[in-house]
Design a binder for this molecule. Structure first.
Ligand code: ATP
Length: 229
């Protein structure tokens, strides 16, 4: 396949813009969040009602079948550096779309997978970032349900950040004295006093009972810390 532009030209034209294909619940929320952060977004969906609904909120919202190469080229999708395939249920459409984006040489393609097999195929096609929203959100909520966490983010390699109420053992003394790192294997990263925003924690920070803290560390250590009373 002959590309219309060199990578340098492509980058200069659409460097910060993102194309989001499939504007269902996942794609829509992603596209709107990007638009909220002032990112130029081209949203594509084959359903005219969906496109109509989002036409005022995204930079461009266009009706097209993303499995058709000509349609994508007409929309200059091949000029983007970042694209998201947010089609899940229609496996064929997801795979065909992803394979076109990869053949365009788009540097960063994200695609939503609804199963492990779906994800494996996307990876084999060359999709750089495969995401599993339902699976990941299920895991995240499980952590919230099990512990006393207020929020939870797990990174790869067994590392997590947790927002939680502080346990009694660390209250009313500087963090350096409560030795949270050696005792609990976590680091208090930030602290929020009632009615105030989050600030970075320092060794001199004194945590009070009605504060909220964000801690980072190995997944199990952060969970154990959030379960302390
Ligand atoms: P969500 O859970 O995010 O709502 P879903 O996986 O249940 O998504 P899908 O049926 O996969 O929903 O479709 C998501 C969106 O992608 C829908 O709005 C649908 O119209 C659109 N879509 C599906 N196939 C194509 C296609 N070939 N071209 C363009 N848009 C498509």
């Amino acid at each position: 396949m002959v590309r219309n532009r060199t990578p340098r030209n492509r980058r200069s034209s659409r460097q910060d813009a993102v194309v989001v294909i499939g504007l269902g619940r996942f794609g829509r929320s992603l596209a709107l969040e990007l638009a909220d952060e002032d990112t130029e977004v081209l949203g594509i969906d084959e359903n005219p009602e969906v496109v109509q609904l989002l036409s005022g909120s995204l930079t461009h919202a266009v009706r097209a079948d993303s499995t058709k190469e000509d349609a994508l080229r007409q929309l200059a999708v091949h000029e983007f550096d970042r694209a998201v395939v947010a089609i899940g249920t229609d496996l064929e459409a997801s795979i065909l779309t992803a394979s076109l984006l990869i053949s365009f040489g788009i540097e960063n393609v994200w695609a939503k997978a609804t199963s492990e097999a779906h994800g494996r195929i996307l990876t084999q096609l060359g999709v750089q970032h495969v995401v599993y929203p339902e699976h990941d959100m299920g895991q995240r909520v499980a952590h919230l349900v099990r512990g006393r966490m207020l929020d939870y983010i797990e990174f790869e390699d067994d590392f997590a950040m947790v927002k939680t109420d502080p346990p009694t053992a660390i209250l009313d003394v500087p963090l350096s004295s409560s030795a949270v790192r050696t005792r609990y294997g976590i680091t208090v990263v930030a602290i929020k006093r009632p009615g105030e925003g989050f600030t970075y924690a320092t060794p001199d920070t004194v945590v009070r009972a009605d504060d909220t803290v964000i801690v980072a560390g190995r997944t199990r250590a952060t969970e154990r810390f959030s379960e302390l009373r």
